[in-house]
Design a protein around this ligand. Sequence first.
Ligand code: CTP
Length: 415
Amino acid sequence: MNLARQIEQYLPRQLLGLVKDISGQAAKQGQRVYLVGGVVRDLLLGYPNFDLDLVVEGDAVKLAQQVAENSQAKLLAHHRFGTAKLRYDNFTLDLATARKETYDSPGALPTVTPGTLKDDLIRRDFSINAMAVSLASNDYGELVDPYQGKSDLEHHLIRILHPKSFSDDATRILRGVRYEQRFGFEFEAQTARLLKRDIPMLDTISGDRIRHELELIFKEKQPELAIKRLGELGVLPRISPFLKGDGWIAEKFDRARHLKKPVQLPSLYFCLLIYSFNERDIEQFLARLNISAKLSRAMRDTLRLKARLPLLDKPSLKPSEIYYLLREYEPLAIQVNAIASEPSMAHRYFELFLTKLRYVSTSLDGEELKKLGISAGPEMGQILQRLHKAKLNGEVRTGADERKLALSLSLKLKR
Ligand code: CTP
């Protein structure tokens, strides 16, 4: 099968010239270059994909250096182990030397040696990701499909390439579910059996790699589909015994996505994922996934605030009371509680805090107060806080109002 037409139709126009430069340069050196992986799968499905991976039967770094010298592309990075990144017109393109991989122990990074295109394809996760397209001038666009990826695509199947695939690299369990749910495919029967058998191999995977796979899931259009499926398959409890992937999560993820101002969506998903945890259970999860300090803070705050929700379910809190109750929590934790908790008075307070109260400040500062004869010290601190509360509650509006209040507070404090 020839995919020259699909290449012209679905790849970014700006990159086509560069792709041709690369294959021309490769031909001069007697090397062959192929498009590989997800982009080939997407060409067959008729989806655009701007993430181009090229494999070179030869030396990818040398080739990338020569392309950069002879074109407008910039060499962004290259590595000893045969990979290089080129940038052109805001697009990046990855080149790699065809490689053979062997896994010394499950979950460890593989040992890599140069290999043929076929070696490079068999080391991959699934048949649908193990196809290539030639970019050489004599067979430009020809599909290379030694493991029946095209047939699996047509039959909507996710299939591993050898029985040790999941145990060599258990992140493929998470990747497989991501593709299954993205495309509405199914695991081929033997693959499904081995996936279930190898779920315990997730214990061999580092926290960083598991977290990265979850982050990739969170970039999907509907990440809740994969999360739910991971729950059904018993994958989530292997990552943390407290994780669930039920309908509740699905509904909240959907709501998070439809927020008017969706901020930090991946972090928001992480916080929703742990919303049913107890405060003490979260630590195991944060450590297992090596979650950053900032996100850990938001996740802990999410649960701390959840525990204090009853305090906020009062009909008559003043804006200043709301502010001083909520200011100690990360805004993200407040947003998560607004999405995840049952509708209550607290929801109005969250909204008020997030959209208004947290931005309120007095126009007078310490320097201005000094000019009014108030000296630095605890008294000034008290006055500034009282001014802030009055501003939050709408009791003062202008700078003149604030000055008046500051002077009368100072007098009172002196007495
Ligand atoms: N790959 C693999 N095993 C992994 C990670 C990646 O075999 N654990 C291979 C697959 O062939 C995949 C390619 O590396 O197609 C590139 O990986 P990645 O960029 O993560 O995925 P894409 O295939 O581009 O898919 P998408 O970005 O659409 O998820």
